[in-house]
Design a protein around this ligand. Structure first.
Ligand code: NAI
Length: 252
């Protein structure tokens, strides 16, 4: 099995890597400490990553996990959009043919439980992302705020996964998303330290009484990649200690 994991050097991606190491041949993709060193924030960086992955993977990929991401504290907001959205869809589409050739191929994308916490259905930033208009998305979001960049990019990622479910399912490639709540990683720590959003993160109410651990997210990711999840496709799984249920009890 050949598994590609973006964001493999830290946090959730590193935890997924630890769970799969030994079982699979792993190609990590990250800014550092990875088999594929790449900056997913630019179209050129993403194209170079895809070329390098293709060279190292050979004719097929069996599993793909897209974890690379930036928190809402990162400036400028357009960089958050670039990594969190375009760093997902460009790799999905750029590796689709190799996944089609894989064995029981499965993909998991990192969304967020914040993806539905703003009214984003018709949001112009989200529409620009879904239209793959990177310049327009950057123009809108750099005049907005960091929470909008983060939640909007994650909202669009969830929709990008669901929009591909028809074609990808018929091609034999399972594609799902995981939507974590607050998980103890450098990304969450960065958000907590940001004066603009730190209080909102500290005040998050989690019914199970604590934040998550990267290993807990990795457990769900590896389950979704494996044969026990053979009929799960096009789904977005919340894993957040009940945080979303408490905020939006009448929606699911
Ligand atoms: P992290 O900061 O520990 O790891 C993110 C990884 O992405 C790092 O290794 C980083 O180098 C890599 N990365 C960032 N920008 C990149 C770029 N331009 N090119 C290549 N790699 C890049 O963060 P964490 O928490 O493990 O996040 C993983 C994913 O989970 C992200 O997509 C994040 O949005 C999502 N998530 C995290 C939550 C949390 O509370 N930690 C909650 C919900 C979603």
């Amino acid at each position: 099995m050949t598994t590609v994991i973006t964001g493999s050097a830290s946090g959730i991606g590193a935890a997924v890597r630890r769970r799969m190491e030994g079982e699979d041949r792993i190609l990590g993709v990250d800014l550092r400490d990875a088999e594929v060193t790449a900056d997913l924030a630019s179209p050129e960086g993403r194209a170079a990553a895809i070329t390098d992955i293709r060279e190292q993977a050979g004719p097929r990929i069996d599993r793909l996990v897209l974890c690379a991401g930036l928190g809402p504290h990162v400036d400028p907001p357009s960089r958050v959009a670039a990594v969190n959205y375009f760093g997902v869809v460009d790799l999905l589409d750029g590796l689709f043919d190799l996944l089609r050739a894989g064995t029981e191929a499965a993909v998991v994308v990192m969304c967020s439980n914040s993806a539905q916490m703003l009214p984003l259905d018709d949001d112009p930033f989200v529409q620009a992302l879904l239209a793959h208009d990177e310049a327009e998305a950057a123009r809108i979001i750099d005049a907005s705020n960091p929470a909008h960049a983060y939640m909007g990019s994650k909202h669009a990622v969830g929709r990008a996964v669901r929009r591909r479910a028809g074609e990808w399912g018929r091609a034999g490639v399972r594609l799902n998303a995981v939507a974590p709540g607050p998980v103890e990683t450098p990304l969450l720590a960065g958000g907590r330290e940001d004066p603009r959003i730190g209080n909102a993160i500290r005040d998050l109410s989690v019914p199970l009484g604590r934040t998550g651990r990267p290993e807990e997210i990795a457990t769900l990711v590896t389950f979704l990649l494996g044969s026990d999840a053979s009929w799960i496709h096009g789904a977005v799984y919340y894993i957040d200690g009940g945080n979303d249920a408490e905020i939006r009890p009448d929606k699911f």
